[in-house]
Design a protein around this ligand. Structure first.
Ligand SMILES: [Zn+2]
Length: 172
């Protein structure tokens, strides 16, 4: 733990949240937003959908700031079929059309390594992998965008190196 600092946002949720019993997946998203959109704004957008509030647990801004969304141990709303057993991390911006920033790419593996210190067996995946795993083809998506998704193997390897787990990339 402690490779990154998470900025608390103290968001008010519309309903009391439920908490996870297991954490099997760490799921990477992009917001699919036109610009750099923070957790407080996403929170309002998701409230407007009738949700309890922001669906992601973390938002990573263009400058590499990590903002809190849902409390870490709450059930999120970001991956239909896997919400009960996953944490959602969203890059601000649109990584289908645009490259993620260097700052975003620098902090993501650190955040993931911190989370894997808590849940060593949790698997790092992109949102687009969820439809297959949850056997729910109707939730097919491009998220987190090809320019981020294609970097996940490298990011997973960085996480393994940070955690001193040389076998990680072989196991995954
Ligand atoms: Zn997504």
């Amino acid at each position: 733990m402690g490779r990154v600092i998470v900025i608390e946002t103290d968001l008010d949720f519309a309903r009391s949240l439920s908490y996870r019993g297991e954490t099997d997946y760490l799921i990477v998203h992009h917001e699919d937003s036109a610009g750099d959109v923070g957790a407080a704004t996403v929170h309002l957008q998701h409230l407007n959908l009738g949700w309890a509030g922001i669906g992601y647990h973390y938002v990573i801004r263009f400058d590499g700031t990590i903002e809190r969304g849902r409390p870490r141990d709450a059930i999120g709303a970001h991956a239909q079929g896997l919400n009960y057993c996953s944490i959602g991390i969203a890059f601000s911006g649109n990584c289908q059309d645009n490259e993620p920033t260097e700052e975003q790419l620098e902090v993501l593996p650190k955040l993931l390594a911190d989370l894997k210190d808590n849940w060593p067996d949790a698997q790092i995946i992109g949102h687009r992998d969820v439809a297959d795993i949850a056997e729910n083809p109707s939730s097919a998506t491009d998220c987190p965008g090809v320019k981020l998704y294609d970097r996940l193997p490298d990011i997973i390897e960085q996480v393994a190196i940070m955690r001193g787990d040389c076998n990680e990339s072989i196991r995954s």
